[in-house]
Design a protein around this ligand. Structure first.
Ligand SMILES: Nc1nc2c(ncn2[C@@H]2O[C@H](COP(=O)(O)OP(=O)(O)O)[C@@H](O)[C@H]2O)c(=O)[nH]1
Ligand SMILES: [Mg+2]
Length: 205
């Protein structure tokens, strides 16, 4: 990073039902490959340094299984800069769950006075023969619900993962710059990011 480059810290939530591939997508984007330690339960973080708009951005991806959503303290929604809702293209149930998820997130965001951008990621695009949800149906729903984008990606092959996450970072950065500084200071300690890419457990409770 050059000395003149501005440093920004952002928090992006990636949320989905167990098994849709949330952890895999974050791993693929942050580490560039998948590793075996994907069986973790609970809420996790992974961070990555990226350059965007001439800024050095430290992005914290919060890995949120849907049934842990209500465990996230309100403050995290207040500081979140963007959220991705993930479903599995081969699972109709996971798309139906997205509708319930959106309602819960709308409530949480309203309570936290947040208006951060939301995108949808349909994961598992490599499993073409198992597709259970029509692309146009998702696109229509996303438009109706006011999402900022819809991406079909594969954590397995990496297809479209960079595109989806890069867009989430870009949207998050726009939002981050539009909100008062005070919100960012509400998160207590900056996690100890010894390396540019760090993974650690979050003990929220
Ligand atoms: N074929 C395929 N399998 C995937 C993909 N993403 C994740 N998986 C597999 O789906 C399972 C659940 O993934 P995981 O990331 O643990 O899901 P999470 O519970 O949402 O965090 C694992 O066996 C992954 O290897 C994908 O894009 N394509
Ligand atoms: Mg997981």
């Amino acid at each position: 990073m050059s000395e003149t480059e501005e440093e920004v810290r952002m928090w992006l939530n990636v949320i989905g039902m167990y098994g849709v591939g949330v952890t895999s997508l974050i791993q693929r984007y942050v580490d560039g490959h998948l590793h075996n330690s994907r069986t973790g339960i609970g809420i996790d973080f992974k961070s990555k340094n990226v350059s965007a708009d001439d800024k050095n951005v430290q992005v914290y991806f919060i890995d949120v299984p849907f049934n842990h959503l209500t465990l996230i303290p309100r403050v995290y929604f207040r500081v979140s800069d963007a959220c991705a809702l993930v479903f599995r293209l081969s699972s109709r149930d996971s798309f139906d769950c997205l509708k319930e998820m959106k309602k819960k997130i709308d409530n949480l965001m309203a309570n936290a006075s947040s208006d951060c951008p939301l995108i949808v990621i349909g994961n598992g695009s490599d499993q073409r023969e198992h597709r259970a949800v029509n692309r146009f149906e998702v696109e229509d729903w996303c438009k109706k619900e006011g999402f900022c984008g819809y991406y079909e990606a594969s954590a397995e092959t990496g297809e479209n993962v960079d595109e989806a996450f890069t867009e989430m970072v870009r949207l998050g950065l726009d939002y981050h710059e539009s909100k008062p500084v005070e919100a960012d200071e509400a998160v207590a300690e900056k996690p100890s990011a010894k390396n540019e890419k760090t993974s650690f457990k979050c003990f929220l409770m």
